[in-house]
Design a protein around this ligand. Structure first.
Ligand code: NAD
Length: 244
């Protein structure tokens, strides 16, 4: 049985990805920052379905917590085959109001968090000459947006990391891709308010906001053998919001 770690998986997109990958046959580690109760509940739900799952609390921005998580996963399920870097934070802010702490925190989670988890799983992947890493950017990682300077910069960096890692690791049998979600109906976008969300849905050619399951399906594909010739790519899932 193959093993996958999904970061930030107690809710939202990460939760849907954990469910999807568990149903695809992976043993899954459901990482959470704080809500171990929700991660544990999801782990138990998946186990009741006959899937193999565990929950682990770790802040992806803290290297030794990430290392401890990967060690625990290794001990329970064996080496990690698929790493899904989903954990992320966002905060809207005008340029003149950006505080150093906000910049540092968003980059610590959204960018350094990716490096931390990749460095933790890489020794095993290099040794086995096999692995799949799926990062999470955003449509704002490909385009700018008002009041999104920090988040957008961090998500552009995720694409840079993805492409550089893909180039460096391809010959070692490790594929690195990322998903770029559009507006997905999760807690992260609730701050925008119902009216803005309705406008965003109206401006989406497909006519609705995305669901966490839409991104989970893309991750399922990138993690599958069917994507064995796909690396260094950004898979945009935005209902046509940006590209049509
Ligand atoms: P969400 O806020 O519901 O979930 C984010 C998860 O990440 C939460 O469970 C949170 O606890 C976890 N997390 C935050 N900091 C962490 C840390 N330091 N260590 C471990 N976990 C941490 O948001 P979501 O919409 O499910 O977002 C998931 C990913 O998708 C994020 O990377 C986000 O930037 C990206 N994304 C979301 C949207 C959207 O419209 N919802 C669009 C584009 C990209």
């Amino acid at each position: 049985m193959k093993t996958a770690i999904i970061t930030g998986a107690s809710r939202g997109i990460g939760r849907a990805e954990a469910i999807q990958l568990a149903r695809d046959g992976f043993s899954v580690c459901i990482n959470c920052l704080e809500r171990m109760d929700l991660a544990q509940e999801l782990s138990e739900k998946l186990q009741k379905e006959g899937c193999s799952a565990m929950a682990f609390q770790a802040d992806v921005s803290v290297k030794n917590e990430v290392d401890a998580m990967v060690e625990a996963v290794h001990a329970r399920f064996g080496p990690v085959d698929v790493l899904v870097n989903n954990a992320g934070i966002a905060e809207q802010c005008q340029i003149q109001d950006i505080r150093e702490e906000l910049w540092d925190r968003i980059f610590a989670v959204n960018v350094k968090g990716v490096l931390n988890t990749v460095q933790a799983v890489l020794p095993d992947m290099l040794h086995r000459k096999s692995g799949c890493i799926i990062n999470t950017s955003s449509i704002w990682g490909m385009h700018g947006a008002s009041c999104e300077s920090v988040y957008s910069s961090s998500k552009h960096a995720v694409i840079g990391l993805t492409k550089s890692m893909a180039a460096e690791l391809a010959l070692s049998g490790i594929r690195v891709n990322c998903v770029a979600p559009g507006v997905i109906d999760t807690d992260m976008v609730k701050v925008l308010g119902d009216e803005t969300l309705r406008d965003l849905a109206d401006n989406t050619p497909i006519g609705r906001l995305g669901k966490p399951e839409d991104i989970a399906a893309a991750v399922s594909y990138l993690a599958s053998d069917g994507a064995s010739f796909v690396t260094g790519q950004v898979l945009t899932c935005d209902g046509g919001f940006i590209h049509l």
